[in-house]
Design a protein around this ligand. Structure first.
Ligand code: DX5
Ligand code: ZN
Length: 227
């Protein structure tokens, strides 16, 4: 295994948490690898969530590192500021970025992991040469904008092809999936080669969110070991 981290990382998405109690909701997923923070600007996606001040406050309120997923226009302008605000990983969408290589370098220069996201209709192949500039690639498994949507099975071939590209280049980067990841779908994602799993409703709608995180991680690791 090339990865230095654990084989399967589970990142609960606070989009499905209670926004008035974010510090408690962060504690409710004790054992999570990262907290996934969905930033939406009502332009790149038809929904509006939170921004820099909330990320700054949440960073002070939890020891769990923040995985900020920016679903916004003009990430070239905003993404480095999320690293400055304390995010340990910053994901921008390639469809919105004017200069993804410069942007990834700026995020890394701020000390965060640089990550690039692909909407479901965006192919990975045109970006093969960019992979060494990135610490993680996010393959969206729903159209971004809302939690609780159905997992898009038709993304599994893209996950598989992305894993092959990463391995062919001998890279240590992580491959994240986000959208509709649950006990029903996580094994397919892990078998296809994903190793970082965002789960919103599957974690926060569970009676015991921390137990849901542990169960998802076990399922993913067992599926990856079988693959
Ligand atoms: C959707 C967001 C996801 C969302 C996932 O655009 O990027 O992170 O919270 O929610 P679930 O896991 O419920 O599909
Ligand atoms: Zn997300």
């Amino acid at each position: 295994m090339l990865n230095t981290g654990p084989m399967a990382q589970i990142n609960p998405s606070i989009l499905s948490a209670d926004f008035a109690r974010l510090a408690e909701e962060a504690r409710a997923v004790d054992g999570a690898d990262w907290l996934h923070v969905d930033v939406m600007d009502n332009h790149f996606v038809p929904n509006l969530t939170l921004g820099l001040p909330v990320v700054e406050s949440l960073h002070k309120a939890t020891d769990t590192p923040l995985d900020c997923h920016l679903m916004i226009e003009a990430p070239d302008r905003w993404a480095p500021q999320y690293a400055e605000a304390g995010a340990g990983s910053v994901t921008f969408h390639v469809e919105a970025a004017a200069a993804p290589i410069r942007l990834a370098r700026e995020i890394r220069a701020q000390g965060a992991r640089a990550s690039m996201a692909l909407r479901p209709a965006t192919p990975i192949e045109p970006y093969e040469d960019l992979l060494p500039e990135l610490d993680m690639l996010l393959v969206m498994t729903v159209e971004p904008g809302f939690g609780g949507q159905a997992f898009l099975d038709i993304m599994l071939p893209k996950i598989r092809r992305t894993r092959q590209l990463i391995d062919r280049h001998g890279l240590q980067m992580w491959l994240q999936v986000d959208g509709g990841v649950s006990a029903e779908t996580i094994e397919r994602c892990a078998e296809a080669g994903a190793d970082v799993f965002v789960a919103g409703s599957a974690v926060y709608n569970a009676d015991d969110p921390a137990a849901a995180v542990a169960a998802l991680r076990r399922q993913a690791e067992e599926a990856a070991a079988r693959a």
